[in-house]
Ligand binder design. Structure first.
Ligand code: CO
Length: 209
């Protein structure tokens, strides 16, 4: 994409928005109250707002390689705490996608330098579910199952945080795991049972007295 095209497109976008609503930007500048925090992959094919049909102001977005929620990543933890404690979002979504390059890289025997510690978190997901994954003979199927299990583990990482535990208790915040199927464009809800997951891990990860 030509960069000059970006600014041309921007002008056209402004015109379209103002045509539909002359106060569009005036209203947009008043503030945001999104109900969803979306944590997705940086992959250029998985466009958060576009695939959900969301408008500006509706979704708080964080994207990184392979949609990871890592407790020592100040970036994702800042986004999470701001969205949950200040914006008071009702839903936190982790959205992975089939044929994720980050997940694929974590299945290879290769030194990828600075990416190693990041992808190590995905290798840990593999180790945690090694039995199930190794029982899948087809490599593509195994790879896509790891995408799903990675989403599930990142949801668990979310509910290990004090911010999510507190908001769940106080106002019923919900965590969701989704996968975007690049082949069909379909968004799939993995229907992760948040309540039972929380129950399972609380004995160890409970941060509220
Ligand atoms: Co990806």
């Amino acid at each position: 994409m030509e960069l000059t095209k970006v600014f041309e497109n921007n002008e056209k976008w402004i015109a379209r928005k103002l045509e539909a609503d002359p106060d569009y930007f005036k209203n947009l500048s008043k503030g945001q109250s999104p109900e969803i925090l979306y944590i997705g992959c940086s992959d250029s094919r998985v466009t958060a707002e576009d695939l959900m049909g969301a408008q500006p102001g509706e979704v708080f977005v964080h994207r990184n390689i392979a949609n990871m929620v890592t407790s020592i990543d100040l970036n994702v933890m800042s986004v999470l705490n701001y969205a949950v404690n200040h914006l008071k979002v009702k839903h936190v979504v982790v959205c992975g996608h089939y044929f994720c390059g980050g997940v694929k890289a974590a299945m290879q025997a290769e030194d990828l330098g600075i990416l190693n510690p990041w992808l190590r978190n995905i290798r840990d997901v593999y180790r945690l579910h090694e039995k199930e994954l190794n029982a899948i003979a087809d490599e593509t199927e195994r790879y896509n199952r790891l995408v799903e299990l990675n989403v599930q583990e990142q949801c668990i990482n979310l509910i290990k945080t004090a911010a999510v535990q507190k908001a769940y208790k106080e106002r019923g915040l919900k965590v969701h795991g989704w996968v975007f199927d690049i082949h069909s464009g379909k968004l799939i809800d993995l229907k992760i049972d948040f309540d039972s997951l929380l129950k399972d891990i609380m004995q160890i990860y409970n941060l509220s007295s």
